[in-house]
Write a protein that binds this ligand. Structure first.
Ligand code: NAD
Ligand code: RM4
Length: 253
C-alpha cells in the first residue's frame, strides 16, 4: 500500500498498459481515475475490477487531444477525489503505415493524441499540484522508439522522443514544486496497439528472438515500474527514463 489515498489519473486506461497501471496503482492504495476516449464498457470493467478488490476508481471519458475534455477530466477528478497526486500519461496510438503512404491527417492525429495530449494533461495536472502545494508525480509512457527508429512508425517515433524530452524539461520546471517527471520506455509489449502487426508469425518470431529474455512484454511488466516511480522509493528520481524491454535495446551484435 505504498500509494495509500493518493489520487492518480491514468490516461487511456481502458485497455492494455494503461489498464494494468490503473489496477496496480489501485492495488497499492491509490484512488484511480480511469480516463478513456469513449470506451465506457471497457473502462467500467477496469473500475469494477478495482472495486472488486476493495479499491476506489472512477471512469471519465476524455479525449486527451481536446483541451476542453482535458480540463473537464481534471475538474471532475478534483471534484470527486479532492486533488491529484499522480498523473500517468499513457494514452497513445501507433498506426503502422508505410512512409510513402503516410498522410498529413495521420501525422497530425498521432501527434495530437500522443504528444499534445501529454502536454495538455501535464499542464492541467501540474497547475493543480502546484496550487495544492503537495508535490506530485508525472509519469509518461515514452518508448524504446524514442531511441531507435521504426520503418512503419515514422509518425509515431518522433512523438515518443518528444514525450521523453518533455519530461526532461518539466523535471526542471516542476522539480522546485516537489513534482517529479519521468518516462518509462517499454520495448515490445503485446497489446491492441500492435496485435495486427504481430498476427504475422514471422514478425512475432523475429521480435521474440531478438529479446534476450525470450518473450514480448506484458502490460504488468510496465505497471510495476509505474508503481515504483509513483512511490516514495522514487523520490529522488527526476528527469529520468527507465527502459523496460527485456534487453532488446542492447542486443545489437
Ligand atoms: P493500447 O492500444 O492497448 O492502449 C492505448 C490506450 O489509449 C487505449 O485504452 C485507448 O483507448 C487509449 N487512447 C487512444 N486514444 C486516446 C485519446 N485520444 N484519449 C484518451 N485515450 C486514448 O496500447 P498500449 O500498448 O497499452 O499503449 C499504451 C502506451 O504505451 C502508448 O502511449 C504507447 O505508445 C506506449 N507504448 C506501448 C508499447 C507496446 O509495445 N505496446 C511500447 C512502448 C510504448
Ligand atoms: C512501441 C514500440 C513497440 C511497438 C509499439 C506499437 O513504442 O515501437 O515495438 O510494438 O510501439
Amino acid at each position: 500500500m505504498r500509494l495509500k489515498d493518493k489520487v492518480a489519473v491514468v490516461t487511456g486506461a481502458s485497455r492494455g498498459i494503461g489498464r494494468a497501471i490503473a489496477i496496480r496503482l489501485a492495488a497499492e492504495g491509490a484512488h484511480v481515475v480511469v480516463d478513456h476516449p469513449g470506451e465506457a464498457e471497457a473502462a467500467n470493467e477496469v473500475v469494477q475490477t478495482i472495486q472488486d478488490s476493495g479499491g476506489a476508481a472512477l471512469a471519465i471519458a476524455a479525449d486527451v487531444s481536446i483541451t476542453d475534455a482535458v480540463h473537464n477530466l481534471f475538474r471532475i477528478t478534483v471534484q470527486e477525489f479532492g486533488t491529484i497526486d499522480i498523473l500517468v500519461n499513457n494514452a497513445g496510438i501507433c498506426p503502422f503505415v508505410e512512409w510513402f503512404d503516410l498522410t498529413e491527417d495521420i501525422w497530425d492525429q498521432v501527434h495530437h493524441i500522443n504528444l499534445k495530449g501529454a502536454f495538455l494533461c501535464s499542464q492541467a495536472a501540474s497547475r493543480i499540484m502546484r496550487d495544492h502545494r503537495h508535490g506530485g508525480r508525472i509519469i509518461s509512457l515514452s518508448s524504446i522508439s524514442a531511441l531507435v527508429g521504426g520503418s512503419f512508425q515514422t509518425a509515431y517515433t518522433p512523438t515518443k522522443a518528444g514525450i521523453r524530452s518533455l519530461m526532461q524539461s518539466l523535471a526542471i520546471v516542476l522539480g522546485p514544486y516537489g513534482i517529479t517527471c519521468n518516462s518509462i520506455l517499454p520495448g515490445s509489449i503485446l497489446t491492441d496497439i500492435n496485435r495486427d502487426h504481430y498476427q504475422d508469425a514471422q514478425i512475432l518470431a523475429r521480435d521474440s528472438q531478438r529479446i534476450p529474455v525470450g518473450r514480448l512484454g506484458n502490460p504488468t511488466d510496465i505497471a510495476g515500474v509505474a508503481a515504483f516511480l509513483a512511490s516514495e522509493d522514487a523520490d529522488y528520481i527526476n528527469g529520468a527514463d527507465i527502459l523496460v524491454d527485456g534487453g532488446l535495446f542492447v542486443n545489437l551484435q
